[in-house]
Design a protein around this ligand. Sequence first.
Ligand SMILES: [Ca+2]
Ligand SMILES: [Ca+2]
Length: 335
Amino acid sequence: MSSTVFSQTAIDFTFTDTQGQEHTLYEDYLDEGKTVLIDFFFVDCPPCNTFAPHLKEIYDDWGSGQEDVEFFTLSSKGWDSNADVEGYEQQHGHTNPGAGEDGGALDIYFTYHNSEFGPISGSPHFIVIPPNGTVFKDVDGPGTQGRKDAINSAITEAVELTDFIDEPIIDTFIININLKDTKDEVVNNISYTLMSSDGTGPSYPITLDPNGQLVIIDFEATFPGLTDPIITPSKEGDFLNGVFTTDIIFILRHLLGIQPFTYDYQYIAADVSNDGNVTSADMSEIRKTILEQQDGFSSGLSWTFDPISISIDQMTPGTYNFDIEGIKMGDVNRH
Ligand SMILES: [Ca+2]
Ligand SMILES: [Ca+2]
């Protein structure tokens, strides 16, 4: 039993089978998680005809194309037409897709013969391609049994490779957080905390990569003890970032009805005491902070976020994308 494995991935191809049906390697099969076996043969090839009943048996053992494995029977000779291949299929009871020269088989043969995958020697010649595009070429063994064993073993390996690839994806959480300020600019030095939504139990500081992404392979093992987990952003200090006397004037003009706020964030930013109301007390706090008569706002809040937190369903792995707006307290004019 043997096969040659290549680091290059399979080259895509499309052919039209003897029934007029089109088949594209990646789109119709590999991308759908299916393993493909290619049988390069020709209609008048004696060893191909000898092995044809065994190939049918193997095909049926792997689900007759109804499960995760499909076979293509493709002629390697320019004189075999789709009609010739159809005759061969009928003779051997083959039900898998097959094609001759006019179906595009010869082009596929030359894609895999004397290319980066080396020569194809002898007929029949079997290639097995798992969904990740790895090419198992020269799949063969001594005698009929050796050849059957080699094919079955290559398909088994391909299917196991698929299972192996699928597994981490099933348990993986990919969390993308796009946090921008009210000017649509990225805010640096944000701290994130992962905790239960009711605030009980452990809380975990988490770090996003420079692209704002967090990948969790096994949620329960990495962050045990959480119920309805949420991620909360925070940013400490930095009270006077974007906060100037002009902001006090903006609040005053709003309170006097001369120039009311036009954005929702302005109501949040102006309420530096965080009591739910924009009043002259907020103006006073901002003024004292600017004059350094007060060390930051009484609420302790320098930044707030909309939404305040984001929820992850720890039972549902997948990709989560969140947009969060960072609002600088006291900066009502974005300037
Ligand atoms: Ca207030
Ligand atoms: Ca400002």
